[in-house]
Design a protein around this ligand. Sequence first.
Ligand code: ZN
Length: 176
Amino acid sequence: MGVKCPYCSTSNTKVIDSRINQTADITRRRRKCPQCDARFTTYERVEELMPVVIKKDGRREPFSRDKVIGGLKMAFLKRPVETAQVEFITRKIEKSIQGFGLKEIPSQTIGKMLMTEIHDIDQVAYVRFASVYKKFKDVEDFVKDIKKRPRPLTQPESLSFSFISKEPEKDSRENS
Ligand SMILES: [Zn+2]
């Protein structure tokens, strides 16, 4: 993350809690220093929080909201899904990604997150999206896969730390 501990200057401080203030677009993060055990809080602007996307071929590109919306629109084409719902999912995905607090995120991780969201809304759209975003060995594999709901992705696999505390219920409503 590169956020230094203000007490001992250790650079690999860990995020233990993230809260996004939707109206101000500011994320408040509780951090813990593994070196001296100090706890402190950082406030980060949303635009600084979107990680760089690592594409399948290893190239990097800036996170693109338009690409997320484009993927969703492709999946929901001619399906009974409102534009507002596409906006809602996009915002949700963005917030989740910001919550990870990563500098880089694989495009496949974003694809998996989208799949989970789409699956909960429309099966047809899910199959459509999955067939584009996943590589299947054969048809049987594909059918098996679409029958089970994708595991909700709470954090990318590459994340080396785990969240110690989760947001209490009351705080998630705090800013809405
Ligand atoms: Zn420290």
